[in-house]
Design a protein around this ligand. Structure first.
Ligand code: COA
Length: 133
């Protein structure tokens, strides 16, 4: 099992979430629920955002969420996060999601992609400047 992005893309891509799609994550039709995948993507992006912000962040916007291929029960889902843009108090993080079927690296495919903006917030949930990088 490789911890690198399948496309061998740059080291700025961080594997922040790796999780198995379980039967409990399905919709009434028995397919993996898109909302579950969106949650994993938000978690994956927030892990990098917290690192960049060196503290608490809030999700303020989700841009261009694309479901590219279906995810099936039993798939191993890997989320790679990368900073796309850095503002005064916010950072936009791109998350690429890959799935692997039956532990076969030949089946690895890009299944979803999104960009999410996180705002660094203080203890009163007010925006605060990002620390120097
Ligand atoms: C995050 C929050 C504190 C920001 O407060 P705000 O008054 O909108 O703050 P500002 O207008 O100063 O914007 C802060 C930053 O967010 C960016 N931003 C705000 N809305 C945005 C949007 N819709 N899309 C992209 N960026 C946005 C601004 O451009 C600014 O970035 P910069 O400082 O890097 O230039 C506030 O919107 C909030 O609490 N939202 C709810 C967050 C939340 O609960 N998320 C979880 C949902 S369950």
């Amino acid at each position: 099992m490789s911890l690198c992005p399948p496309d061998g893309s740059p080291e700025e891509q961080h594997l922040t979430v790796r999780v198995l799609a379980m039967p409990a994550n399905t919709n009434p039709s028995g397919d993996i629920f898109g909302g579950w995948l969106m949650s994993q993507v938000d978690i994956a992006g927030s892990i990098l955002a917290v690192q960049i912000a060196q503290g608490r962040v809030a999700t303020v916007a989700v841009h261009n969420f694309q479901f590219i291929r279906p995810v099936m029960v039993g798939d191993l889902v890997s989320c790679y996060a990368q900073m796309e843009a850095r503002g005064n108090t916010s950072a936009r993080i791109k998350v690429d999601v890959y799935s692997e079927r039956e532990r076969d690296p030949e089946t690895v495919a890009l299944v979803a992609r999104a960009s999410i903006t996180y705002v660094a917030v203080d203890q009163q949930s007010r925006p605060r400047p990002l620390p120097e990088s």
